[in-house]
Design a protein around this ligand. Structure first.
Ligand code: ATP
Ligand code: MG
Length: 404
């Protein structure tokens, strides 16, 4: 069967009351943007609690579905047959033709599930199901009714047009990106932060990112790894403005003047300060990190509290209560894992203490930081001035083998 249209179902955005149109419009926009590279002529319009997507004459079905499966806000993707004449006789016959084309002479049990969004339609829903079922039974010897546990549910939706479908492809859920503001992700080359970015985008948040680079201690390859990761998650999040900040001089200043066991925590506080600066500039309302309680010394409750103390903005940590394996499972699913485990270190060993503090006290850390007064301000200024911003977009390379 060649499909020329899809009915797109969404779940949560259906309950947004007066603001529902904002979410629907964002979802339509994301669908149009994400399909534009496949073919010209896709059209996404709102249709009473669904989105109706009509496809151009020539398009790649598999690629289209694969792309739709990455658009947050979509709960289900239903390839539909459109029946412009929704009079009952014509609808019944067209449904029969659909069943014949899709299932041929396969022995199947089925059930008809009808829905009328136009309540003026002259036949009530239970009657549509009964009459349609009877028609199909008469027409096809290979069909049997099973109302409790059918192999195939034949959905008939009567709207402006009528639609018939029986395949429901799960979407990623969540909310359309752009519907819930913007946040700045601290993106490193590790496993966690790309997953954190994916998760925050799933709640409808637009993601920008910042990476702290320390050349020559961290290599160009480590930077490329971060760009590659941003590119993979941008297939879900949309374009990412990646800020590449040269952090070397700040790090060296900290190493020179602060106690070695407090290095990481002080470094992290400077990362947060800088991230917040760029977040404000971009109109982001929050920071996002890949931190998870207890994962490493800088992520104990005490360390998180001390790091957090420099932030004015809320800091969201979508992975805070996740086990590492759960994070790995998501990174494998979204395709970042293999890049994250590439051996290009994002942190040189000279910046890592052998025995970092695990229970830092804020006043102690603040006292150590005072040793940086007089030098670090200019270095922070320089890091801000020399930032490189690149716009990372997904290349939309379609690899069928990656599709589940
Ligand atoms: P990841 O958490 O991404 O796997 P990681 O575990 O090596 O990397 P941590 O040292 O645990 O990173 O840092 C915790 C969080 O701090 C990261 O999830 C990330 O959000 C942020 N972060 C760490 N290093 C950097 C960096 N060089 N640039 C930007 N953000 C960073
Ligand atoms: Mg981590």
């Amino acid at each position: 069967m060649t499909y020329r249209a899809f009915l797109i179902k969404y779940s949560e955005i259906g309950i947004k009351g007066k603001n529902r149109y904002i979410f629907e419009d964002a979802l339509c926009a994301r669908i149009r943007e994400n399909l534009a590279h496949i073919a010209d002529g896709f059209e996404a319009i709102k249709e009473q609690g669904r989105i109706f997507l009509s496809c151009p004459e020539e398009y790649d079905y598999d690629r289209t579905v694969s792309q739709l499966k990455k658009i947050f806000g979509i709960w289900a993707i239903c390839p539909v047959k459109v029946i412009p004449d929704n009079s009952f006789d014509s609808l019944t016959k067209a449904t029969g033709d659909y069943v014949e084309e899709v299932y041929g002479d396969r022995e199947i049990t089925f059930k008809v599930e009808a829905r009328r969004s136009d309540k003026r339609y002259p036949i009530e829903t239970p009657q549509i199901c009964a009459d349609m079922g009877e028609y199909l039974l008469k027409r096809f010897a290979n069909l049997k009714v099973d109302v409790r546990n059918p192999q195939v549910r034949i959905h008939v939706e009567i709207r402006n047009n009528a639609y018939v479908y029986s395949e429901i492809i799960p979407g990623p859920g969540g909310m359309p990106v752009g519907a819930n503001g913007k946040a700045m992700l601290l993106l490193s080359g590790g496993i966690d932060s790309p997953v954190a970015g994916y998760m925050i985008a799933k709640r409808g948040v637009t993601v920008d990112a910042v990476y702290f680079h320390a050349p020559p201690y961290t290599s160009e390859r480590a930077l490329q790894k971060v760009i590659d990761l941003a590119q993979i998650i941008s297939a879900y999040t949309g374009p990412i403005k990646l800020h590449i900040v040269n952090f070397t001089d700040i790090q060296l200043d900290i190493i020179e003047k602060c106690p070695r066991d407090e290095l990481t925590i002080i470094m992290r506080r400077y990362m947060m300060r800088l991230a917040e600066h760029f977040a404000k500039k971009c109109g982001s309302l929050a920071l996002v990190t890949g931190e998870s309680i207890g994962q490493v010394a800088s992520q104990t409750m005490q360390s998180l509290a001390v790091t957090n103390a420099v932030c004015e903005m809320p800091v969201f940590r979508p992975l805070i209560a996740f086990d590492k394996q759960d994070i790995i499972d998501i990174s494998e699913k979204i395709g970042t894992y293999e890049i994250s485990i590439e051996p290009y270190e994002d942190c040189c060993t000279i910046f890592v203490a052998k025995h970092p503090v695990t229970k830092p006290l804020l006043h102690v850390i603040e006292k150590s930081e005072r040793k940086l007064e007089g030098s670090v301000e200019a270095l922070v200024e320089k890091a801000i001035e020399s930032v490189r911003i690149i716009n990372v977009t997904s290349s939309k390379i379609y690899d069928k083998s990656r599709d589940e």
